[in-house]
Each structure stands twice: as structure tokens, then as C-alpha cells.
Design a protein around this ligand. Sequence first.
Ligand SMILES: [Zn+2]
Length: 411
Amino acid sequence: MFIGRDELGHRSETVRRANLSAIVSELHFSGPLSRSDLVARTGLTRSAIRGLIGELVAGRLAFEGPAALDGTPGRPSPVVRADPHGAIVLALEIAVDSLAAATVGLGGEVFDNVRIDLPRRRSSVVDIATVLAELARDLCYRLPSEENLVGVGVAVVGVVRRSDGMVSVAPNLGWRDEPLGEVLGGALRMDVPIAFANEADLAVLAEHRRGAARDIDDVLLIWGSIGVGGGLIVDGRPLIGAAGYGGEVGHIPVNPDGSPCRCGSIGCWETEVGVKALLRRAGRSPEAGREAFETLLAEAEGGDPTALDAFAETARWLGIGLAGIINVLNPSLVLLGGRSAASYPFVRSTLEAELDRRVLRASRRLVRVVPTSLGDDAPLLGAAELAFGPLLADPAAWLRPRRTMAALASA
Ligand SMILES: [Zn+2]
């Protein structure tokens, strides 16, 4: 078959873009690498790597430093790094009782990070978008140049459609069918793509790329707060469902005689393992909130039997739900995040015993349950990773306009 010159050119351009994507992704996920490392990891030739790195350096997505003296024979290989100032994202988070914003550079360097309490009685979509836009403006003002902002990622404590940021339900905020994407887009007025996802989905993404689940391909993350969210990595890829609504493990029915759930159902897992259930078992008002949860933690640390019993009963229900999910998915790691991470020392033994009773033996032997490693900022850091998605998929699209600008400047 004859292949015309245009088609050949088109094919080599496709290959070039894919190779640039492979290199930028390696630098972003793995940190500084020598040219030899890049050859080994991408399978490209030394001369191809040299040419592509030249393009990335010219486009300010990477820079090269002096060779590392690692004691191995042969000519030392220069070390290539992602340029954190060359591509920056804005990460935003609407959490259960706080709002957060961060600016993050390529390679994962966090420039700035702020978290404020969720304004009380100001939780309409417009109010929250306005506050987030103020936080965003402050952070962007502190950047050396806003020109290199390539995207915005938003973590939402609720069920959110990824394509447009439509929030189907966010019970903690009292939202139902709210056009967060449209409202926030109007408030931010930024000329870059805005991506949305659920907080637990983003927490597991961050843990998979930069935290406790690094290099682990089958991971379940439970994000406990008032509600209970779930994030899943299956075979190395996020499992989010058809529109991003998947992973809502908090609404697995576990108790047919249980309490009404905020979702409208009865006896969902979160009605047994959420913070409200824990506070109720300790004889507190379920509505008492974060301070009451922290007091209860302190009491458990001090050995208070009522507090310890409340954690143990919550742990039993945690084990019941978790056993079912582990039997379905066979993860090798389960991460407990949010309030569940803080609870971990007091739920651990009962939870492990419950899993011993209920999980299939083959799966039980393979699975570890540990707290998250990135703390409460995991969803925010995941939002940054989400925002880097388009750049990592096709860095060439970001190189071209800069080249033009450089050409204009030098003309
Ligand atoms: Zn429910």
C-alpha cells in the first residue's frame, strides 16, 4: 500500500506527541530522571530523547541540570526535571466543613495552600463559588506569572458529573441538581479548562500517584466524614463509572432496619460508620460536628470506655461493609482517609477481626488496611492531578503557543 507524504507526516506528528506525553508524565510522576533513565523507561532511543527534551526545555516544561555522579562507569547522563513554573494548576476543594485552594507546579511542587472553615449559613452554590474565587485570586496573585496556569481541578464532597461539574447531590451542603461548573466558571473567569470530581475519587488518585498507594494497582480508599465516600483504582486505573458517579460505597445498603440516610434510602453504610453514628453511640448529639469528634478522639486516647466502645461498634460496621467490597474487588490495599484515618488507632483491632471473619481467605491474605499518607489534603492534591490531565496527555498543545510567543519576542 502506498502511503502518501502527508499521511507519513501526520503519523510522525502523532508519534512525536505521544513521546512528549510519555516523557512529561514520567518527569511529573517520578521526579528528576537522567536521560539514561528516560531511555530505559520510555524505550525511545538516546537521540530521540535528546531531541524531545530540547523541545520541552525550549517550551519551559523541563530543564536539564548537571549530570549526577552516581559512581557508575561511562559518561554521566544529564538529569532532567519537570519545570514547576512552566505549567501550574489551581486546585480547589469543597470539603465537608472547609474550603481549600492550592497552586501546584508540574512535578507536584505545591507553591501555596490555604484552607478555611466553610462559611456558616453561606453554603449556596453562588456563595461558595464566590469564596473559592477569592481564594483563587489571592493564590494566583502570588504566582510569578499567571500566564503558565494550564488548568483548574475541583474536588467536591458530593456526587458530581465530570463532564460539566453538575452536582447531582451534596447532602452536607443541601445541594441537589446544582450547576456548580457553570457558576464557578463564571466566578473564576479563567481562560483554562476546569475539571470536577468527587473528593474520594481524587484522594485515591493522589495516594496512587504520590502517597501510600504508589505503584499499587488495586486500591480502595474510604473517605470518612459526615458521609462516607469511596475511591477506587482497579488495574491501575480510576474506576468512576459512566459519568463519574461510581464508588459511592457509603450508600451500600447494610442494615435493612437501619436509620434513614440523607440520600433518601435506609440503612446505608454511612448511617452506621459515619461521624454521626459514632457520636450517637458515644451519647453525643449526632449534629455536634468536628469539635465533638475531636473531643471523642481525645477521650479514646485517654482510655475512656464509652468512647472506646463507640469506636469499636463503628469498627464492626466498618468491617461488615468493607468485607463485602473486598470480596467483590480483591484490592491489595485499603486506605482509610479523612475522619476514618484519625479513627484508625481505635478501630483497627475490631476491624481486622471483622475482616478475618468475613473476607474470603484468598482475598484476606492479600489485603492490607492502613491510613492514608497525604492527610486531609489528599482530595486537594488529587484535584491538582486531575487538572494536569490534559497537559500530560498532550504537552505539545502547550508548547506551540509559547514557541510562537518566543518567536515574536525575538523577532
Ligand atoms: Zn444513602
